[in-house]
Design a protein around this ligand. Structure first.
Ligand SMILES: [Zn+2]
Ligand SMILES: [Zn+2]
Length: 131
């Protein structure tokens, strides 16, 4: 599964960022409803995506990479705050240049894995280099 293929703006050929990720667990896949935003004109689109259960672990980092970035300049954003809701986690991001960004709203089922992948990505990279 290639997220960059599934989540891109056809008009600008730009990779989408994810603002809202809602998931529902089905028998063998996660049915995801995504509000994606184009980094070129900040237009929102909805996409549905079925992620096979066995692929989720692999996709945590690629998903994180589309969540924790600025929708205007694509730089890594700082996590200012998070709020736990009943079904999802609201993430407040700040870009060093563009200030507060559109809130991210990530389904509880997926949040922990995605956040962990993002928080540990630098360690992982180092490990790959030393091996
Ligand atoms: Zn676009
Ligand atoms: Zn920015």
């Amino acid at each position: 599964m290639d997220l960059d293929e599934d989540l891109k703006c056809e008009e600008h050929e730009a990779p989408y960022l994810i603002c809202v990720l809602k998931s529902k667990k089905e028998k063998d896949h996660m049915a995801c409803e995504i509000y994606a935003i184009c980094p070129v004109d900040q237009k929102m689109e909805t996409r549905s995506l079925d992620i096979p259960i066995e692929e989720i672990e692999k996709l945590n980092l690629p998903l994180a990479d589309k969540i924790f970035r600025c929708e205007k300049c694509f730089r890594e954003a700082n996590i200012q705050d998070i709020a736990m809701e009943k079904k999802s986690v609201i993430i407040y991001l700040v870009c060093p240049e563009h200030g507060f960004l559109i809130e991210r709203d990530i389904s509880n089922d997926l949040y922990d894995g995605i956040r962990f992948a993002w928080d540990t990505k630098d360690q992982k990279l180092q490990k790959e280099y030393t091996v």
